[in-house]
Design a protein around this ligand. Sequence first.
Ligand SMILES: NC(=O)c1ccc[n+]([C@@H]2O[C@H](COP(=O)([O-])OP(=O)(O)OC[C@H]3O[C@@H](n4cnc5c(N)ncnc54)[C@H](O)[C@@H]3O)[C@@H](O)[C@H]2O)c1
Length: 449
Amino acid sequence: MDNERIKKGINRRSFLRSTAALGAGLVLAPESFGQESVSETDDINVALLGAGAQGRVLVDSCLKIPCIRFKAVCDIWEDYNQRLLSRRLKAYRHEHNTYVDYKEMLADEKDLDAVIVATPDFWHAEHTIACLKAGLHVYCEKEMSNTIEGARRIVQAARESGKLLQIGHQRRSNPRYIHCFDRLLKDAKILGRITTVNGQWNRSAQLDLGWPKKATIDTNLLNKYGFTSMEQFRNWRWYKGLGGGPIVDLGSHQIDIYNWFLDANPKSVIAGGGTDYYDKETHQWYDNIMAIYEYETAQGTVRAFYQTITTNSSQGYFETFMGDQGTLVISESASRSDVYREPSAPDWDKWVKIGCLIEPAKKEQEKPETDAVLDVRETLAPPAYKLPVKFDDPYHKPHLENFFDAIRGKAKLNCPAEVGYETAVTVLKVNEAVEAARKLSFEPEEFNI
Ligand SMILES: NC(=O)c1ccc[n+]([C@@H]2O[C@H](COP(=O)([O-])OP(=O)(O)OC[C@H]3O[C@@H](n4cnc5c(N)ncnc54)[C@H](O)[C@@H]3O)[C@@H](O)[C@H]2O)c1
């Protein structure tokens, strides 16, 4: 059907937009949430803007989702990232055009439905807004922007365009996280009164990213796109004005979960950090940060600690929610999700029976032989209940599926612009708090646009 339309000189997007098509009821599913949706069987035509490490991860996930067609790839690193990704798409028979400049791509590509934006954070506002204005749905990687002002403009553009904007906090669509929020926290209230949260992303010391010298980008081109050198281009995360450092790069994923699971935005944050290990010239953002947020939830005050360090990977990454009846330890890494009952909490058998939890393995429940050991062992390692959710897909696939399902009118976005914005406000303030060396408050209106 697509080919016929194109032959007639009507590209698919303008066809979908046309009131005649809408009036004839040809494209809208009843549950389309106010969007012009793409039908179940039509391909969704997608462009990738930013073909770096994360662009590749997202494309690989998309290749596992039916009826997604890549039509264009845009990346300023023509001789390397752009070429690699283009080759990969060709191998999967996705006929597409390649571009260095996004403006050219938007001008030339007439048959797109959506763009995936995976450029460095400081480009997100310009890229996302331009794509929305071109009438396209956008999946924009986190952090939504490296500035609050950029993030605000994105939210406004999304509202004005009426297009869908999903922000790439992919845990929001992860079935394990959804189970924890919907079943354990909201329905069963299994942790009781949550008082404390603790989370971290600890990473080993790493060398700066390099590049094959024969693929060095011309300095004029680098400058045109906001970079001063190849070194800075490759390691943009560490530079003020380009990225936000580890608290934004890593922390935003998990602090987003704090807001979600506590069903609140924080009241204040206090934080300490610095560039203590790496060269300060080339690592302008802090290489370690420890932050404490204060939340006022419906149940009372919650203090939430978050740490990111980049010199040691001890314990990796996880989020822990602690209440007076239990503890939930969860991580995007599939091997980690344990739920512990406080000894004083009511029996959890009923939650096991209705499928909220899987009870601890028998071996873990066996009592040790002497009472002395029993006391110590019970204090140190209560038996761990498990989640009854099996999830073996690539981490980003469900979030992309949610985006495409929303385009088809079958789902609501799990991380729309407003949610991404609240997270950006929550996270970007940590860098400010380190710089100010004092506790900073959040005014409720800071989270609204
Ligand atoms: N959701 C996640 O789990 C996750 C993980 C990693 C990165 N990310 C996010 O993805 C984004 C990209 O990160 P990355 O690790 O892939 O970075 P990267 O440096 O590997 O890739 C960025 C790519 O964008 C290209 N680029 C830069 N400026 C451009 C411009 N103006 N126009 C077109 N192309 C441009 C670069 O050439 C490069 O290929 C960031 O926002 C990052 O925060 C998200």
